[in-house]
Design a protein around this ligand. Structure first.
Ligand code: FMN
Length: 200
């Protein structure tokens, strides 16, 4: 290991200090284009079988969030023409909760001889996590959300994706509130075991 690097303990503690914020608690300002480009330098180092670069990051801010709300309404009415107005209004408030939404998707290469679609989704999800860790390092707050809107074909198409593609989720972003609580995390060793042989 010849590269100079920050203390591993400090880095691991920092990664472990990432936590999500409620979308409604994320305020202006949100990262600008230059800051987002910086976060993307971390995103594009995600593990990537076949170097397919399947990850796509779409930024949705300002009035575009209202256009996304309109897309949600169209999708909701297509799913259920009897949708009640109250539910539609509540749905349309969702994209307005934070100043910035980053839609993360996997643009799927079909019939790849070595890399099935699931692995492409995994690569895009790893890119999303790198992006959120970089956002945390830069002091931004974020939360990854899905819900049915992330899996709906009407929404997918409105964002410019095809049937084969997959949305990883919506990263809501902005300035986090101050005075956050330290989050209780699971006991790490419970998830680490050594495998030595098949059970008899
Ligand atoms: C793929 C994915 C989708 C998620 N979708 C939702 C969601 O729709 N609603 C929600 O409340 N949390 C969702 N979560 C969980 C939050 O992103 C977050 O991890 C959770 O609130 C725990 O907070 P933490 O990140 O501080 O541990 C999702 C997580 C993942 C990985």
């Amino acid at each position: 290991m010849s590269e100079s690097r920050p203390s591993s303990d400090a880095l691991i503690d920092f990664i472990a200090s990432r936590q999500s914020f409620k979308a409604l608690d994320l305020n202006e300002p949100a990262p600008d284009d230059g800051e987002l480009e910086r976060l993307m330098t971390a995103a594009v180092t995600a593990p990537d079988h076949g170097a397919l670069r399947p990850w796509r990051f779409l930024t949705i801010r300002g009035a575009a969030r209202e256009r996304l709300a309109d897309v949600f309404e169209t999708a909701q009415r297509a799913r259920d023409p009897q949708s009640c107005e109250e539910d539609v209004l509540a749905l349309k408030q969702k994209p307005l909760r934070s100043p910035l939404i980053v839609a993360v998707a996997a643009e799927i290469t079909e019939n790849h001889p070595k890399v099935p679609p699931e692995e492409q989704v995994i690569a895009a999800a790893c890119a999303a996590q790198n992006f959120m860790l970089a956002a945390h390092a830069a002091g931004w707050g974020a939360i990854l959300l899905t819900g049915w809107t992330a899996h709906d074909p009407t929404v997918r198409h409105a964002l410019g994706f095809q049937e084969k593609d997959r949305l990883i989720g919506w990263i809501y972003m902005g300035t986090p509130p101050t005075g956050r609580r330290v989050k209780k995390r699971p006991e790490p060793t419970k998830f680490l075991t050594e495998w030595t042989a098949p059970p008899s």
